[in-house]
Write a protein that binds this ligand. Structure first.
Ligand code: PSU
Ligand code: MN
Length: 305
C-alpha cells in the first residue's frame, strides 16, 4: 500500500516528531467552492490547523499517488484545474491506476487517512440520505464509510439538501456515534440546529477525545461524526435558506441530476440563489471546524496509538 502514498514534507516531519495530524478533504475544494475562494479557504484552514499546534494534511489523488498533504503549488494547481474527478470508494482504484487528477470526498479522505494512520479529519458537511431516497436510493457512501473506517469527522452537521431524519436513522443503524459539540441537536450546516436530537452532547474537546479513545480501545470499528454548529454570527436565516434549498432540490429533479453530480449541483445552485452568501457561511463553518478538530487531535495525541 505504501507505494501509493506520498507524504508532504510537513506531514513527514509531523510523523517523525509525533505531532497530531488533521486530514482535510479535497472535493470541498474542487466541487464544493469556486476558484479562487476554494484555494483561499484551503490555505486559511491549513493555517488554522497549524496555529492550533497540529499539522494539516490535505488529501488528493495526483499522478497515480495518494497525496497526504499538498504543497502550496499543488494546492493552487489542484484548485484551479478543470475536470478534476470526484472520487468515491468505487472510483479510487481506477483514478489511481489511470493517474487521473482526483478529489477525495469524505469517504475517500477517510480511507486514505486511515492508510496514513491519521484519525482526525475536518471538513464542512458530510453526505447522507438524500430527500426522496426511498425511490432514488441516493444514499452517500460517506455513511457506509463512517460505519467501517476508524476516522473521526468534524463537520457542521449535514445540509438539508438531505433528509436529515433518515440520515440520523442510517447512522444509528450503522452504529456511528454522532457527538454534538456543545449542542444537543444536529446542526444543519447553514443553521445551528435542526429538530433532530443527538445521543451525546460534549462540552469539551477532551470529552470527545475520551469518547473516541474508548470507542477504538473497545474495538468498535468505524468512525464518528463530531457535529459542530456554525458560529452564531455566521449562521443563515433558517426559513430563507430552507426556501432556497427546496428550490434547488426541485430544480435538480427537473434537470434530472442524479448520482455523484447531485451534491455539487445543489451546492452550486444554492450559492447562485443566495448571491454567494451561502459560500461565506460555508467558509466560516469550515474554519471553525478546523479549530475544534485540531484541538480534539491535540487532546487525542498520546491517548491512542
Ligand atoms: N457537503 C458539503 N460540501 C461538500 C460535500 C458535501 O457541504 O463539498 C462533498 C463531500 O466531499 C462529501 C460529498 O463527501 O460531497 C458527498 O457526495 P455524495 O452525496 O455524492 O456522496
Ligand atoms: Mn449520491
Amino acid at each position: 500500500m505504501e507505494q501509493y502514498l506520498e507524504y508532504s514534507q510537513e506531514v513527514r516531519d509531523a510523523k517523525i516528531n509525533d505531532k497530531p495530524i488533521v486530514a482535510l478533504e479535497s472535493t470541498i475544494i474542487s466541487h464544493g467552492m469556486p476558484y479562487p475562494q476554494n484555494v483561499e479557504m484551503a490555505r486559511e484552514v491549513e493555517q488554522i490547523v497549524r496555529d492550533e499546534g497540529a499539522v494539516p494534511a490535505t488529501i488528493a489523488i495526483m499522478d497515480g499517488k495518494i497525496k497526504i498533504g499538498l504543497s502550496d503549488e499543488e494546492l493552487e494547481k489542484f484548485g484551479n484545474s478543470e475536470g478534476v474527478a470526484k472520487v468515491s470508494r468505487r472510483d479510487l482504484p481506477n483514478v489511481v491506476a489511470m493517474k487521473k487528477l482526483g478529489a477525495t470526498t469524505v469517504t475517500t479522505t477517510m480511507i486514505c487517512a486511515e492508510m496514513a494512520e491519521i484519525e482526525m479529519f475536518v471538513t464542512g458537511g458530510i453526505g447522507g440520505v438524500h430527500r426522496g431516497a426511498e425511490k432514488t436510493m441516493d444514499i452517500s457512501a460517506d455513511l457506509e464509510e463512517l460505519a467501517k473506517t476508524n476516522v473521526a469527522v468534524v463537520c457542521a452537521g449535514a445540509k438539508s439538501i438531505l433528509d436529515l431524519g433518515l440520515t440520523m436513522e442510517y447512522l444509528e443503524t450503522k452504529g456511528v456515534p454522532v457527538i454534538g459539540y456543545q449542542t444537543e441537536y444536529l446542526p444543519a450546516f447553514y443553521t445551528r440546529t435542526s429538530e433532530f436530537k443527538l445521543s451525546f452532547r460534549a462540552e469539551s474537546e477532551e470529552e470527545i477525545a475520551e469518547t473516541l479513545k474508548a470507542k477504538w480501545d473497545l474495538g468498535l470499528q468505524g468512525g464518528a461524526v463530531i457535529a459542530n454548529p456554525i458560529p452564531e454570527e455566521d449562521a443563515m436565516d433558517e426559513s430563507y435558506i430552507n426556501g432556497i434549498i427546496s428550490q434547488a432540490v426541485k430544480e435538480a429533479e427537473t434537470d434530472k441530476i442524479s448520482g455523484k453530480d447531485s451534491t455539487p449541483y445543489l451546492l452550486g445552485r444554492i450559492k447562485e440563489l443566495t448571491n454567494g452568501k451561502s459560500l461565506d457561511a460555508n467558509i466560516a463553518l469550515v474554519k471553525h471546524n478546523a479549530r475544534v478538530g485540531s484541538r480534539i487531535a491535540l487532546s487525542l495525541e498520546g491517548k491512542i496509538e
